[in-house]
Design a protein around this ligand. Structure first.
Ligand code: SF4
Ligand code: SF4
Length: 336
């Protein structure tokens, strides 16, 4: 049974809800993070709060947003609309920064926390408000080290960023969430949470925009008055246009051509035909040679790495820009 509330924490006095948006992909635990945070706020911190998530298909790799709305205990929450103008955005995967909707609506004094190892700051972040706070944490690196998941790390960073979020109570809620189903994960989650609360970087002078960022409204493109005549396909497309970068969970297959014997086993197991082949040079031992990987279509399943008999394909942690730098395009004429 839940302990009675010992105290109520103070929210920033803004006269409105404090709102957080988790931007993620299926499999990284954003939905669970939102649930844990809202549960801790309501049952352990004496706040009023709500959480819900939106996602498309249930499969791993699809876009997931989780929304948390917090208010004083006597402040009823009567909306369940998505958070459009968040005080904080937590990005679980750096590839999501390419999508302008990820940063949409961040308030000028808001906070962005994003998961990436040290390295150059993605240029997309210059679209942030000049006055916003930007925090980077290597959530995947910490999660791998502690045998946990990025959501535990990012919750730790979020609590460190906002003193009204009681880290001890959020950690208690996180541990309780796992104690029943995965007791073996409780200790590793705790270590990951504590590392997330300390091993982050505050980045200076990142944003260039003035004021709040505009919200992204996902209204239907067509209504009953504007829809095209039946039978017309106004936006033709095919799988060649797909970009699966955001489906990766932090790892990339990287080819060492010196070790490759061009056997084609990787191509047999790849579910998305990402391996790019070219004609071998005249007089060479092979007719066709593996040139590299088109990361646009790679979802990071690493089947190719597991199957490669020579170790020519290895796995590397994805850092911003790595995939773009190594990419060998399958369709060089495709623009975009
Ligand atoms: S499985 Fe390994 S050795 Fe064979 S073609 Fe692929 S990368 Fe080269
Ligand atoms: S990790 Fe390898 S097998 Fe998986 S999608 Fe990417 S290239 Fe294909």
């Amino acid at each position: 049974m839940m302990e009675p509330m010992s105290h109520t924490v103070s929210l920033p006095d803004t006269g409105r809800f404090f709102e957080i948006r988790f931007e993620s992909i299926g499999g990284l635990g954003a939905h669970a993070a939102g649930q844990v945070l809202a549960t801790a706020a309501v049952l352990r911190m004496g706040l009023n709060g709500a959480n819900f998530s939106s996602y498309g298909s249930e499969k791993k790799g699809s876009l997931v947003r989780s929304f948390v709305r917090l208010g004083p205990p006597d402040y009823p929450i009567r909306t369940s609309a998505p958070v459009e103008m968040p005080d904080a955005i937590v990005v679980f995967h750096a590839a999501l920064l390419r999508n302008p909707a990820t940063l949409a609506g961040l308030r000028k004094d808001g906070t962005l926390i994003y998961n990436a190892p040290q390295g150059p700051v993605p240029r997309e972040l210059s679209a942030l408000p000049r006055t916003a706070r930007v925090i980077r944490v290597d959530a995947l690196g910490i999660a791998v080290k502690e045998q946990s998941r990025p959501n535990a790390v990012l919750l730790g960073t979020l609590c460190a960023a906002f003193s009204f979020l009681d880290a001890g109570k959020v950690l208690d809620a996180l541990s309780e969430e796992f104690a029943g189903r995965h007791p073996e994960a409780v200790a590793s989650n705790e270590r990951a949470f504590r590392s997330g609360a300390t091993e982050f970087e505050l980045l200076a002078s990142v944003g260039r925009a003035e004021g709040d960022l505009p919200a992204s409204r996902t209204e239907p493109v067509w209504g009953y008055e504007t829809q095209p005549i039946g039978g017309i396909i106004p936006e033709p497309g095919n799988t060649a246009w797909n970009d699966l970068s955001a489906s990766r969970t932090g790892w990339l297959p990287v080819l060492d051509r010196e070790k490759c014997i061009h056997c084609g086993v990787c191509d047999l197991v790849c579910p998305d035909l990402c391996l790019v082949w070219g004609d071998a040079e005249d007089g060479g031992k092979f007719e066709r040679e593996l040139m590299g990987v088109d990361y646009r279509y790679c979802k990071g399943c690493l089947r190719c790495v597991e199957s490669c008999p020579t170790g020519a394909l290895g796995k590397e942690a994805e850092t911003p820009g790595l995939a773009d730098g190594l990419r060998v395009p399958l369709f060089p004429d495709l623009i975009g």
